[in-house]
Structures are given as structure tokens and as C-alpha cells.
Write a protein that binds this ligand. Structure first.
Ligand code: FAD
Length: 428
């Protein structure tokens, strides 16, 4: 139950009839059972159904109530790591394939929207990684060099250019990646669900999967409400919201709360000054903030929040301070929406793919790029389920590795966030 001080995300729903969900019966059969109706689950469902598989999706809450309907809607290609690091870390072959995959994740999202005429506000004017120190700018220049060498439409910005594009104070320059853009994420996840249903997928919501077992080469999934479905393959697409369904999965991730605020629509005088050219921004601080304009002209800004979850409106105050540090001219503007959701952090800051037993597949950990990554991964999962060749997957399949002393790790991360915030505040 959300306390009254927290409002819903700022994103509107599509102007279409709600997706028809179908409750799970006692004894269903499907080729593929998917647990979780976010970008990962629904994109996998859509692409698998288009290949002719019968697909059942089981969602514990309502569609869009996971991270996919709550996020900032920044569609950013690439990974946290740059191409040369990926080649070094994964070797030439895997590194090249991974770079090629990560290069096209934003394309997958925008292609799905435009080719299928989805009712999703979107624009593609790029993403700025804004540097607040010379060290951060040097890192941006290195990133620019590596992607430019691969033909990506990217450019380095100086202080005047970034100030003109963002209207924000305090940056010494930045990096513009024109492959990126912004969408309404709630509309996108709901429209993905509609496309999947049109392709033959059956979605049950309000149905938490509670047990998984394998018998004679088929998986059985039981839900809290009593429905049961059997399938050859199960994809567990629960990501940061993973529970104990798959042993060790939740313990291999540190779920972090990402908080967001949205202002009232910007006053006319500010509309031509603040992000007037449609870019999304993430800054280079250790505890970064990210922001964009919403389709109805608000400023939407997000960043890390209280590990234990919010209790009152003041728990978003650090974001309101960041907003005024960047845009002092917005002093006094109303904050009309405050909300939060969970992102999954992995120990190596890379997304992980696991298949602990044959036919039981899952991916988790997107480090802030899940809109593109998880949507594109749905394509790869569908290919893998069809042909069984691990080379169709961008990341290697790895064992689930629970983080030692997981509970302490969460406390450690909370302490680290406080420490990093203090270091960031010294660099302003
Ligand atoms: C506030 C916020 C801002 C973000 N901003 C951005 C951004 O701007 N750009 C970007 O690229 N990424 C962003 N992210 C990350 C991005 O939203 C996620 O990486 C992405 O949505 C993950 O999609 P998913 O389908 O894997 O998981 P989710 O969308 O979280 O879906 C998982 C689903 O699994 C369901 N589930 C869990 N357990 C069970 C069970 N036992 N049975 C049935 N169902 C179950 C949950 O109810 C949930 O609906 C942000 C995340 C948050 C929270």
C-alpha cells in the first residue's frame, strides 16, 4: 500500500482499452512460461509468440507496476563499460558481439514503437553524460573516442554547448550520444503487453509464482492463487523484484531504490531554456542524478533514495536540492509527483544471464540501461529458446552467485552512498 504522500509516476497510460488479462487455471500448458510482465518478460513473450510458441505470462502485481512502468524513460544504448573494456574482459569474439548488441538496444525500442504504431510518446534527440569535473570530462572524451571509432553518432560538448543544451549550471562539458532518446515508459510497457496479447500471449496479473519444479523435461509453475501451468521453458523476468522463487537469485543482486520527482509544467519563460532541445541527461557524480522533460513539459529528475524505502515526503528532499543546484531559476516551483522503484545492481556492474537448469532462463541487473537492454534481450531470449544456441545471447550464461553476507552488503552500500554523497558535495 503506497502512503498518501507518494503519488503515481507522471506517465500517462495509452489511449487504448486496457490489456485483457486472463486468470490462470489449475492445469494449463504452454511452450513458454514467463514470470514477470516488465520489458524483459513482455518483449520475450512477444518475440517468442511471433515465432509461433504458445506463451503464458504470470505477473504478481499489475502490468507496469515493476521498474518498467516506474522508470525515467531514458533509452540509452551501450553498457556501463566501453567497447575496449568489453573486448579486454570478454575476449575479441564475445566482446565484439556484446558491443554490437549494446550499440543497437535503443534502436530496438524505437523500432518497436514506430513500426507497430504504439501509443507511446517518444523523441530521439540524444542523451548527455554531463561532466562536473575535468576528470569526468576526460573520461567522457575517452568514451567519445571509442564510440566514434565505431561510427556511432556521438560528440563531445564544451561548457558553452552543454550549458546551451541543458540550461543547467555547474558542468564543464559532456558527451552527447545521439543514438539515445526518451519515451513514456509506462505507455511502452502497456503497449508491449497489448502487442504480445495480439500475438497470442495470455497474461495473468495478480498471480505471484510461488513454486517451480521440473519433472520429465517439463517445468511446473504454481501460483499463490492456486493456478498451475506447465511448460518446456520458463523465463524468470523478475529482475530487481526477484523473490525466493529461484534459489540464490535475489541474493545475487543488491536492489537499490531509485527515487524520482516531477515538477509542475515549466513556466513559459523556462521552456526555451531548460532542456529545450529534448535531450536526456545523467551527470557524472558518484551518486548521479538523471533528468529529462516529460511530454507535458515538466522536469523529471531521479536519483538514488533511501535504501529502506521512503517514509515521508522529505525522503525526496535531496532530489529537490539537486534540482535547484542545477536550475536555481526553478526556486519555488511545485513538485507534483514523487515516486520510486527498484533497480538491481550486480557485483560486477554487468547484466547477468543465468540458466541454472535446462529450460530455466533469467536475466537481471541493468545498471540504469534496462529500458533498451531488457527490451532487446527479449529478442535474444526468444532466439535462444527457439534454437538453443548460446551464441544468440549477448552475455555469457553464468552461474547464480549469491553475494556473500548479502544483508551486510546492503548496509555497506547504504554507507557507501552516504560517503559518495559527501565526496560529491565537495566537488560542486
Ligand atoms: C525509478 C527508476 C528509474 C529508472 N530509470 C531508467 C531509465 O531512465 N533508463 C533505463 O534504461 N532504465 C531505467 N531504470 C531501470 C529499468 O526500469 C529496469 O532495468 C527495467 O524496467 C527492468 O525491466 P524488467 O522487465 O527486467 O523488470 P521489471 O519491470 O521490474 O519487471 C519485473 C516484474 O516481475 C514481477 N515479479 C517478481 N516476482 C514475481 C513472481 N514471483 N511472480 C510473478 N511476478 C513476479 C514484478 O511484479 C515485476 O512486475 C529505472 C528504474 C527505476 C526503478
Amino acid at each position: 500500500m503506497i502512503p498518501p504522500v507518494f503519488s503515481r509516476p507522471v506517465w500517462r497510460r495509452p489511449n487504448r482499452a486496457p490489456v485483457a488479462t486472463v486468470g490462470l487455471e489449475q492445469n494449463e500448458e504452454a511452450d513458454l512460461v514467463i514470470i514477470g510482465a516488465g520489458f524483459q518478460g513482455l518483449s520475450t513473450a512477444l518475440h517468442a509468440a511471433r515465432k509461433g510458441l504458445s506463451v503464458r505470462v504470470i505477473e504478481a502485481g499489475r502490468i507496469g507496476e515493476g521498474a518498467s512502468g516506474l522508470n525515467g524513460g531514458q533509452v540509452i544504448p551501450g553498457l556501463k563499460y566501453d567497447p575496449e573494456w568489453l573486448l579486454q574482459h570478454f575476449g575479441d569474439d564475445r566482446g565484439e558481439r556484446l558491443t554490437a548488441f549494446s550499440q543497437t538496444t535503443a534502436d530496438t525500442v524505437f523500432d518497436l514503437i514506430t513500426r507497430n504504431g504504439l501509443d507511446v510518446e517518444h523523441s530521439r534527440h540524444g542523451w548527455i553524460q554531463a561532466a562536473h569535473t575535468e576528470t569526468a570530462l576526460a573520461a567522457a572524451a575517452e568514451r567519445n573516442r571509442q564510440w566514434k571509432a565505431r561510427g556511432a553518432d556521438v560528440t563531445l560538448l564544451n561548457d558553452a554547448e552543454i550549458s546551451f543544451m541543458t540550461g543547467a549550471s555547474g558542468y564543464v562539458g559532456g558527451w552527447l550520444d545521439r543514438r539515445a532518446g526518451v519515451i513514456n515508459p509506462l505507455a511502452f510497457v502497456l503497449e508491449l503487453a497489448r502487442l504480445a496479447v495480439e500475438a497470442g500471449v495470455r497474461i495473468a496479473d495478480g498471480a505471484r509464482a510461488t513454486k517451480l519444479r521440473q519433472e520429465n523435461g517439463r517445468w511446473t509453475v504454481e501460483t499463490a492463487a492456486g493456478g498451475v501451468v506447465r511448460g518446456k521453458t520458463v523465463v524468470v523476468a523478475s529482475n530487481a523484484y526477484s523473490d525466493r522463487l529461484v534459489p540464490g537469485l535475489a541474493l545475487s543482486l543488491v536492489p537499490l531504490n531509485s527515487f524520482q520527482i516531477a515538477t509542475a509544467p515549466l513556466p513559459l519563460a523556462q521552456q526555451d531554456l531548460i532542456l529545450a532541445h529534448g535531450q536526456a541527461v545523467s551527470d557524472s557524480r558518484r551518486i548521479l542524478v538523471y533528468y529529462r522533460r516529460s511530454p507535458d513539459g515538466r522536469l523529471v529528475l531521479g536519483g538514488r533514495g533511501r535504501m529502506a524505502g521512503p517514509r515521508r515526503g522529505e525522503d525526496w528532499a535531496h532530489l529537490e536540492h539537486a534540482l535547484l543546484r542545477l536550475f536555481p531559476v526553478l526556486a519555488g516551483i511545485d513538485i507534483e509527483h514523487r515516486w520510486f522503484g527498484q533497480v538491481a545492481m550486480t557485483a560486477d556492474h554487468l547484466p547477468h544471464i543465468h540458466e541454472p537448469q535446462k529450460g530455466l532462463l533469467m536475466a537481471a541487473g541493468c545498471q540504469g540501461r534496462g529500458v533498451g537492454l531488457m527490451t532487446a534481450l527479449g529478442n535474444s531470449f526468444a532466439d535462444y529458446i527457439e534454437c538453443g544456441d548460446p551464441a544468440t545471447l549477448p552475455f555469457p550464461i553464468s552461474p547464480i552467485r549469491p553475494i556473500p553476507l548479502h544483508a551486510l552488503r546492503q548496509i555497506g552500500v547504504a554507507a557507501m552512498i552516504t560517503w559518495y554523497r559527501m565526496l560529491d558535495s565537495r566537488e560542486r
